[in-house]
Design a protein around this ligand. Sequence first.
Ligand code: PMP
Length: 306
Amino acid sequence: MPTSPFMSLNGRVVPYAECTIHAFSGVVKYGAGVFEGLRAYWNAEREELFVFRLKEHLDRLRYGMKVLRFDTVFEADFMAKSLLDMIRANALRENAHLRMIAFLDGDDELAATGPVGLVCGAIPRPPSKAVLDGVHVAVSTYGRLSDNVLPPRVKSTANYVNNRAAEMEAKRNGYNGVLMLTGQGKVSEGSGACFFMVRNGALHTPDVASDILESITRDTVIQLAREMGMTVIERTIDRHEVYAADEAFWCGSGFEIQPILTLDRLAIGTGTPGSMTRDVQRAYFAAVEGRSNTHPDWLTPVWAPT
Ligand code: PMP
């Protein structure tokens, strides 16, 4: 699926082919970048495109720039305008995945802190088959990065060397995806999503100290599930508990909510999408598509800003 014709570079809308940086910039040499993957959903009835939880994504991006000690931490308003201008230039009226990267530009040494650039792009995304059908997952032989190595809660470009290695291993072995464990052997997260399981009628998810990204979708699921009366427990989870789970699913902006059917070829529950997973999916899509009005602050309209 190709990136849309217009992108945004340092606050300016530019054609895709002109969205370039130097090959010796800090992000290329040292992986010095932080990024966000967001989604926008088209609501045909309201004739509006909604960016989901833009504020929270921009907060996390600013946090990442601060931790990487970039000498510019872009204002949220500037980043929001860059993103929305780009979406409007592409006349997007369909579901899309949005990517923003704040990166170290220039051609300097390892400890350089600027200049800092910002790039935004959009990729139209049709509904995913995995959301409907579910996925098969393997535990990775690669351990998850830890907080005092490359902090997983900072969504830095460099971290994804770890995710990529794990994902490629899983795909080579015929799985759809991968579950990574912490250095202590506890359940952490996937290559691009956080993990939930159902045991004894409650939702369980690794706590934020389990070397996970502090996922915005995870927070969304926790809130929506509690509003539906479900019990949600954030805690350390053992690998072998997952084999005993009744249901499991991934959550992430890109992944959305994907049922996990098997882990290491052992069926989770019946090996089919579970009823609590389906309930979470229904609530999630109603929220992101702007069909439920319980959290209007989560939605940024693109075409009729208020
Ligand atoms: N974990 C990892 C490693 C991810 O890359 C992502 C995707 N950003 C997530 C979790 C889910 O985060 P979010 O819900 O904020 O998209």
